[in-house]
Design a protein around this ligand. Structure first.
Ligand code: SF4
Ligand code: SF4
Length: 276
């Protein structure tokens, strides 16, 4: 099985559309496919596939720190340990945990010498499964509204997908990531065999492409670039970045009013994408 991420750094470059087009193409070629929507703050692949999210197949939980003031000695070790700066401590006061910054990594309760921090489990998201066709599954992750740190939701989705892979034995698992280069994107790209980075020939597209290619290089995931709306903007902004990371533009998709109109109606036009 090949694990392929479809990412792009910048939002709105068409990565979800491309992820679905890849999935549809493989299914037409009689391959078994699991498409995974890892854009957990705003999943929309199910809408483009004309599906509804029913009951969640699984709920996602994470453990967050809970302080026991009777045990805490205000030593400050937890504050120094937290790499997310999610713990604040005023002089001679108890530490305060800022949940919006917490990634539920567990480091603080591991280091606390007085066992004053206990992990407390909370629901942070849900996982939905739609079987689109006999050999085609869509797994959708959805983070609890307002959850700031969504990386753990994506990590759990990937574990869920690995279990589904054992049962269904697909040829491809496609991970449609969130935009950006933050934790949920890292979790989605990690361990993939290949990443397609979808970009556009604009200054912002070029800037964010540089960031996502750098991330993929650090994660040791090979990349191919797809240039969407290739005839708008200035392609010359993209060339030096692609060259810097020793990859190439695998496919150029021209701007098409028909594609935009179809997308706005929640439909997709079929067109062939690159051969893998
Ligand atoms: S490490 Fe433990 S004892 Fe020290 S401040 Fe943090 S919670 Fe309190
Ligand atoms: S669980 Fe991790 S991120 Fe959260 S407060 Fe503790 S050390 Fe910081």
């Amino acid at each position: 099985m090949q694990k392929i991420a479809i990412s792009g750094g910048k939002g709105g470059t068409g990565k979800s559309t491309i992820a679905i087009l890849f999935a549809n193409k493989f299914v037409r070629e009689n391959k078994k496919v699991i498409l995974v929507d890892c854009d957990v703050e705003c999943p929309n692949d199910y809408l483009l596939l004309g599906q509804k999210l029913g009951k969640p197949q699984e709920k996602v939980y994470a453990e967050f720190p809970k302080l026991s003031k009777t045990k805490c000695q205000k030593c400050g070790l937890c504050v120094k340990t937290c790499r997310n700066n999610a713990i604040f401590q005023a002089p001679a006061k108890y530490p305060v945990f800022i949940k919006d910054l917490c990634s539920a990594c567990g480091a603080c309760w591991i280091v606390c010498p007085y066992k004053a921090i206990e992990p407390k489990e909370e629901e942070i998201g849900q996982i939905f499964v739609n079987q689109i066709k006999e050999n085609y599954w869509l797994v959708t992750g959805s983070a609890k509204p307002g959850l700031e740190e969504t990386g753990p939701v994506v990590t759990q989705i990937k574990k869920f997908v690995l279990d589904l892979v054992k049962k269904t034995k697909p040829d491809f698992a496609l991970f449609d990531t969130a935009p950006g280069t933050h934790c949920p994107v890292i979790s989605a790209i990690l361990d993939c065999d290949l990443a397609f980075c979808v970009t556009e020939p604009t200054p912002m597209g070029a800037h964010d492409l540089n960031l996502i290619l750098d991330l993929c290089q650090k994660l040791k995931v090979p990349v191919k670039v797809i240039l969407n709306q290739a005839d708008l903007g200035d392609k010359r902004k993209i060339f030096p970045i692609v060259k810097k990371f020793k990859t190439k533009i695998e496919e150029e998709i021209p701007y098409s009013k028909k594609i935009v109109e179809a997308y706005s109606k929640g439909k997709l036009l079929h067109f062939e994408l690159v051969k893998l």
